[in-house]
Design a protein around this ligand. Structure first.
Ligand code: ZN
Length: 343
């Protein structure tokens, strides 16, 4: 009896417990409720392989998916005074910040990354939703301004990947001030005739969707993601009308002209490369040759430009894009050239 209870039973228990499956190996798809094995899911970029539902993906993983060879440089966020209002609700804002910083090992909800996409220079400012819901405070605003400045100084494309609940309530007025500041940052990139691309992910709402996230040259979105300003219920109660099905989804916004293309996660990098290649290699060469008036450059550049434009229309059209040609640097050049001529 004793050797059975003291020796055999613990042995058996230890074997059984070892084989016990940890909870995090399998997870349920919130859309189709299919069971997903963690390794297969991460190989599929956190997209359900039963129904194609796009689940959240960690910000560093997302950046690695987009940059060449998954390599990029993490640029530290500029320092800002934290908790300027000494705000307190149920908890002190300072304590909330400390907790989030400890949990995510990040200063705030933004990651600035520098690298190459398809061999072309790019600066990405990506939100980390796990840091206070990706909310936008002074650190975020300052970070976006710094990232835009870096893109201009490097003549790189500026890509923003928002995933945010909106403004950071605990910073009150200061968080609202980040809306005009980030818009100015985006305008700075456009003034430098560099592409400003927004990749909308789930969710993009509130003050973020009401500022820099909706003024991109090109708006890409992940399938099924929520994009909107106020919540659906708030709108429904205000206007007292039933809202259409699929309201505030990427697909709904595509149909209504707010989004240029809805791209599955696995095609995002390829699409970005195609767009950047069109803008940098076809358009910019073309303009470089016009400015310099060099003979050789004009000849080859002109031809490239013509072909490039034709290809450009085709490629963008094939992406189902309504690629806002009016907002692309190609056309913003013209009025500016006139202005400088007048001066
Ligand atoms: Zn599913």
């Amino acid at each position: 009896m004793n050797w059975l209870t003291n020796f055999i039973r613990p042995k058996i228990r230890s074997i059984v417990e070892q084989k016990d499956v940890p909870d995090n190996l399998w997870q349920k798809c919130p859309s189709c409720e299919g069971m997903l094995f963690h390794r297969d899911l991460s190989e599929n970029m956190n997209v359900c392989y039963h129904c194609g539902h796009h689940m959240p993906v960690a910000v560093m993983q997302r950046l690695a998916m987009l940059f060449d060879d998954g390599k990029f440089r993490d640029i530290p966020l500029p320092k800002v005074p934290h908790d300027p209002l000494k705000f307190k609700d149920r908890k002190k804002y300072g304590d909330r910040l400390k907790e989030s910083r400890h949990k995510t090992r990040r200063e705030d909800a933004l990651v600035i990354a520098e690298g190459a996409i398809g061999g072309l220079p790019a600066i990405i400012a990506a939100f980390d939703f796990s840091f206070m819901g990706g909310s936008m405070g002074a650190a975020m605003g300052e970070g976006i301004v710094a990232a835009a400045e870096l893109a201009v100084s490097r003549s790189a494309a500026f890509i923003v990947i928002p995933s945010s609940g909106g403004a950071r309530m605990q910073e009150g007025m200061i968080s609202l001030m980040q809306m005009p500041r980030t818009i100015i940052a985006a305008e700075m990139v456009k003034d430098a005739r560099l592409p400003y691309i927004v990749i909308l992910t789930d969710p993009t709402t509130g003050g973020v969707s009401a500022s820099f996230a909706m003024i991109g040259d090109i708006h890409m979105a992940e399938p099924g993601c929520t994009i909107g300003f106020a919540g659906k219920r708030v709108i429904q109660e205000t206007i007292r009308e039933e809202l259409p099905p699929g309201f505030q989804t990427a697909e709904y916004l595509l149909d209504h002209g707010m989004v240029d293309m809805v791209i599955p996660r696995r095609d995002m990098r390829e699409t970005l490369i195609r767009i950047l290649d069109l803008i940098f290699n076809k358009h910019m060469k073309n303009h470089g040759s016009r400015d310099k008036n060099g003979r050789a450059a004009t000849g080859s550049g002109g031809r490239n430009g013509k072909n490039g434009n034709k290809k450009g229309g085709g490629a963008l059209a094939s992406l189902k894009g309504k690629a806002l040609p009016g907002k692309l640097p190609a056309n913003t050049n013209k009025p500016r050239a006139k202005k400088s001529a007048k001066r």
